[in-house]
Write a new protein. Structure first.
Length: 338
């Protein structure tokens, strides 16, 4: 069944998800706040700043007018940076009311809001009134947009409190190269999606410093322990963290040079300053803001997260990376399973 779907956010992942939905036969409207990007997508079917040498489906239509993009839609997919999700949702809410529609809300944004420490589903539930939405779901997993563009086999999960809603979203995305599983653990999926970016910063930094595979594997493994620790403190299912949105997404983000968080950490390890990295990246580095949010949240909840804490002090207190690694290694010995 063809559905009308608005995708809000035309970065690499937002435009690629929009393309999947369009290729699957849906009526897809891709919204961007940049008129020049909209014109390029509609006339050349490219999005050159974010995805090189990729041609989008002819049926995908880009919009700069949010109301026009939302008109009559069945589903709204948010793929904007985590720290602007609230402001975009504030724009969407009155438009949904004005248009008289109650769509399914989906998000693919991977982060935690600074200051409030809210997950993105919580932000959407706060800013979009119940009478203006049918459901809220999250889609996440090991899914570099560049690999999807190359036709690589990709598996993700969609989580919703209602399994039928998750199955509906699943049906929209499934095709020969993009497989979707369902989950009812929104908390675990969102925590895993957000915190893996922090560990990816650390993994990139290790490579930049010249460390090898042992160090990377150790960081990823103990990083997953921290992610699980914080997630389960909120009631997340521990099994979620050994699934696609947990260890799966962590592996790809912490090992791929296509990951902007890995690249940012790599540059940090090579001696560049955070302001220089942010300026040169040209895209949002979700892990930077999420590190602060996770660090403060862990302190608030009394959850031990030594790797996250070390990365926080490197990013925000100019702590020396090598000294921070030494401090991590010199901590008192403990049981692995404690």
């Amino acid at each position: 069944m063809t559905e009308k779907i608005a995708v809000l956010g035309a970065g690499s992942w937002g435009s690629m998800l929009a393309n999947i939905l369009a290729q699957n036969g849906n009526d897809v409207r891709l919204w961007s706040y940049k008129p020049s990007q909209v014109e390029e997508l509609n006339t050349q079917h490219t999005n050159s700043k974010y995805l090189k040498n990729f041609t989008f489906s002819d049926s995908l239509v880009a919009y700069s007018d949010m109301k026009a993009a939302l008109a009559g839609v069945d589903d709204v997919l948010f793929v904007v940076p985590a720290q602007v999700t609230r402001s975009v949702a504030k724009q969407v809410n009155p438009l949904l009311s004005e248009l008289g529609i109650k769509p399914n809300l989906i998000h693919a944004s991977k982060g935690i809001e600074e200051k409030t420490y809210k997950r993105m589903s919580e932000v959407l539930s706060e800013e979009i009134a119940p009478e203006n939405r049918h459901s809220i779901s999250v889609i996440s997993g090991p899914s570099q947009a560049e690999d999807v563009a190359r036709g690589d086999i990709t598996l993700v999960t969609v989580a919703s409190e209602n399994l039928q809603d998750a199955e509906h979203i699943q049906s929209l995305f499934m095709n020969d190269t993009f497989r979707v599983y369902t989950n009812d653990d929104i908390i675990g999926v969102e925590i895993g999606a957000a915190l893996k970016n922090i560990i990816a910063l650390g993994a990139g930094a290790l490579v930049g410093l010249g460390y090898g595979d042992n160090a990377k594997a150790s960081l990823i493994t103990r990083g997953l322990a921290e992610i699980s620790r914080l997630g389960t403190s909120f009631g997340a299912n521990p099994l979620t963290f050994i699934g696609l949105s947990g260890v799966g997404d962590l592996i790809v983000t912490a090992t791929s040079s296509d990951s902007r968080n890995w690249r940012a950490g790599n540059q940090l390890g090579k001696g560049q300053s955070l302001p220089e990295i942010v300026e040169n990246m040209g895209m949002v580095i979700e892990g930077v803001a999420t590190t602060r949010a996770a660090y403060e949240l862990a302190k608030q909840r009394g959850v031990e997260m030594p790797i996250t804490s070390a990365i926080y002090h490197v990013l925000y207190d100019n702590a020396d990376i090598k000294e921070s690694i030494a401090k991590l290694m010199q901590r008192q010995g403990r049981s692995e399973l404690s």
